[in-house]
Design a protein around this ligand. Sequence first.
Ligand code: ADP
Ligand code: ADP
Length: 232
Amino acid sequence: SPAIQAIDLVKDYGTGANAVHALRGVNVSFERGKFTAIMGPSGSGKSTLMHTLAGLDSATSGRILFGRSDLTKMNDKQLTLLRRNKIGFIFQSFNLLPMFSAEQNILMPLTLAGAKPDRDWFKLLVETLGLQKRLDHRPNELSGGQQQRVAIARALIAKPKLVFADEPTGNLDSVSSAEVLTFLKRSVDELGQTIVMVTHDAVAASYADRAIVFADGQIVADEQHPTAEGMN
Ligand code: ADP
Ligand code: ADP
């Protein structure tokens, strides 16, 4: 079964003549262990799709199947538990806590949940992301690429099977972007994660197994093995 699936997903902001139709009946399913990029112009509905799939935003109609559960039928408490335990998030703006070290930031989801870290997994993430020598540093002592790698480790520390990344390279130079994307690809290939990444960047999309293109609240293209040239 797919990791997550949207069926006839509709999202309107507002009602009546002023309604914005952000998602116009989207049908899409994301296979387990695959890295998918979502592309499309600004305002086409990419963030709305990601936020509704992640249960951060409610759908107007349609269904979202995650395993045997339908997210659109869950209450706030169930959605909070699902996000905490099953889903990882990577944002463009890192959202690291400035007063805490890199290590404390990485472990924060577990600290907040009162859970013990799996030290082997922590070590694997830190080594794979090249953060061994940066663990005692605070965010302002790290480069943009290092901060984003800390944010990725934090998103993966609780071993979520499904990870949503919103423009994860949006604030990075091309060298740091390549590091981050290479790691995301490895995470999928070696650790079995399912990643859904929103990006404006055709080069970033070329790291994915698949690219979906949005326009005006609908999917207008769906490519396997996208190339940077093909997506431009
Ligand atoms: P993208 O991520 O592709 O830039 P969005 O999903 O952010 O697109 O936006 C899709 C449409 O929904 C746009 O017309 C946008 O202005 C509108 N929209 C997004 N969020 C809101 C909101 N909170 N309230 C009203 N309209 C919104
Ligand atoms: P089942 O599929 O029988 O519910 P699993 O333990 O395989 O049991 O999956 C538990 C939850 O985790 C399900 O909601 C499923 O969609 C999700 N899941 C499992 N494997 C993956 C994966 N590789 N990527 C994303 N989600 C996954």
